[in-house]
Design a binder for this molecule. Sequence first.
Ligand SMILES: NC(=O)c1ccc[n+]([C@@H]2O[C@H](COP(=O)([O-])OP(=O)(O)OC[C@H]3O[C@@H](n4cnc5c(N)ncnc54)[C@H](O)[C@@H]3O)[C@@H](O)[C@H]2O)c1
Length: 257
Amino acid sequence: MGKLDGKVAIITGGSGGIGSAAAKVFAGEGAQVMLVDLDGDAMAKTVAEIGEDKAACTVADVADSAQTQAYVAAAVERFGGVDIALLNAGIEGQVSPITDYPEEMYDKVIAVNVRGVFLGLKYVMPEMQKRGKGSIVVTSSTAGIRAVSGMSAYATSKHAVIGLMRAAALEGAADDIRVNTVNPSPIDTRMMESLEQMHGLPARDGSNRPMARHTPLQRYGEPEEVAKLMLFLSSDDSSFCTGGVYMVDGGVSAGRV
Ligand SMILES: NC(=O)c1ccc[n+]([C@@H]2O[C@H](COP(=O)([O-])OP(=O)(O)OC[C@H]3O[C@@H](n4cnc5c(N)ncnc54)[C@H](O)[C@@H]3O)[C@@H](O)[C@H]2O)c1
């Protein structure tokens, strides 16, 4: 028996490192998954790997209201409802001080990372109310609880989604809709490599990654390690957990080693 037997999960950012790992872990635990992303080709590969009986995908921009309503409708049409949503799509923006940070890039990061989560909550929660319960996991970051120099827009966005999560947890509680954040970093995905390059950190040298030495566990996390926390928060194992901020960061938020 799987921990998510009979459940339907929407996963935004579904073609990315963490999203595709979550799709595989969730399907392995019995869920049917609807992947949502801008990158249709990568999602199609993940769907083929999981199997079309358990996975489907829809191309959508999470910052767009009509496209958000369309991805929620697609999950309901294909799988009959929504029990779980991983609001996980995100972009890193660029690395530069606030005085040089382009206004358009700031707006874009906030649109995808914050408005995208707001719209996901707005249109997913009514479907969960129909089911009488639900679990929503928002991907924040260690940058959601402390700032990162040069990453004002990203850090702002990841703090902001904690506020959104707390508001949604309070509003959803009467319908047994639980809402939590996971706060990863550093996880071995495209986004982390992009950030390393933008920070001018040395290129990866085999398994020797530049941020590992600032991480108490001395390594990067794997996307599957985030997916397993998402699984806990999405399953009935976490039935009394809502409104929480859950670190999955190798000890980074504890301080500097
Ligand atoms: N990798 C890390 O160390 C790390 C750390 C903290 C937080 N996160 C967060 O985890 C989440 C997943 O990131 P990842 O590491 O898997 O990176 P990733 O770049 O592999 O995945 C992000 C996905 O989001 C999708 N996306 C971007 N804009 C979109 C939009 N407008 N509409 C729909 N989809 C869109 C991308 O196409 C991509 O597939 C992000 O929210 C990120 O901020 C990652």
